[in-house]
Design a protein around this ligand. Structure first.
Ligand SMILES: [Zn+2]
Ligand SMILES: [Zn+2]
Length: 289
């Protein structure tokens, strides 16, 4: 292992490609340990790679999309280290019942060949709601985070980044006028319940900002976690080994046995067994088929 050249970052700054203000969330986390200064570029319209509101379909997987943005950031600026961020919604342990947000942050260092995929995921509470008139719209907004932006979308009509009651009511008027030929007067019920969806772009979505910060913290920890063999960063227990023996019969169960870190550069390995030595026989295919 010793003849491998140590892998280290080739620069002390990285460039993030974003038009959605993510630099203010990610930058301070990486600057904290003097790891990386974050610069950002908006020289490319990342919405052409797909939007949450669906006007442009995403064709790349989330990790490929984040990687692509990281490489674009390098290409556009000439920097050697690029960062790409990508969020995806849905999935999780109870799809359809519990909202779920996964945030990925991919760092590519074109010069050293390092690539780090950091992530954070968890429940996501912000969801769509309905209002039947101006009063119920105002009341609904008061019960929600005032920093959250909303969007109105009905076949052919799309208005994003709506913050506050006045912006939403004006947009609703335009929508109803476009669809029915006349806008409802102040105090009138809406012609149909207005569907108000969250705008998931980071700068108008505080709940997502929290998740992006967690992904940035994961990236920071991965950068600080060095391989014992060659000191490359991102020595991280990503590999999961299952087969914890059953406490009743000793048969390998589907329960997690250990996590394992494997260095992508020199192959050094470290295992982190789970605390329990045996699995509950209730989880065993032989004791509890
Ligand atoms: Zn190594
Ligand atoms: Zn058993």
């Amino acid at each position: 292992m010793s003849h491998h050249k140590p892998k280290r970052l080739s620069a002390d700054f990285a460039v993030l490609l974003t038009q959605h203000g993510k630099e203010s969330v990610i930058g301070p986390v990486l600057a904290g340990d003097g790891l990386l200064t974050l610069r950002h570029t908006d020289a490319f319209d990342t919405d052409t790679l797909g939007t949450f509101s669906g006007e442009i379909e995403r064709t790349l997987s989330p990790v490929d999309c984040a990687r692509h943005k990281a490489r674009l950031a390098c290409e556009l600026t000439g920097a050697s280290i690029g960062l790409g961020s990508e969020g995806s919604f849905g999935g999780g342990p109870l799809p359809g019942l519990v909202g779920w947000d996964q945030e990925l942050l991919v760092l590519v260092d074109l010069e050293s060949g390092l690539e780090i995929v950091a992530s954070a995921e968890g429940p996501f509470e912000t969801r769509e709601w309905e209002a039947t008139d101006a009063d119920s719209l105002r009341a609904g907004l008061q019960a929600r985070d005032p920093r959250q932006g909303w969007l109105l979308q009905t076949d052919g009509y799309l208005d994003k980044g709506l913050l506050g009651a006045e912006a939403l009511l004006q947009s609703a008027s335009r929508l109803f006028e476009q669809k029915t030929g006349c806008a409802p007067g102040e105090g009138d019920p809406f012609p149909w319940p207005l569907r108000i969806q969250p705008d998931l772009r980071a700068m108008v979505c505080p709940e997502r900002q929290v998740a992006i910060r967690k992904a940035a913290e994961n990236l920071r920890e991965r950068l600080l976690s060095r391989c014992p063999g060659c000191a490359a960063p991102d020595f991280w227990p990503d590999q999961l080994d299952f087969g914890l023996p059953c406490g009743g019969c000793g048969f390998a169960t589907g329960c997690l046995r250990q996590r394992r870190a494997v260095c992508a550069h020199c192959g050094a390995e470290e295992c982190y067994p789970v605390e329990e030595q045996f699995a509950d026989p209730g989880r065993c295919q032989i004791c509890n088929p």
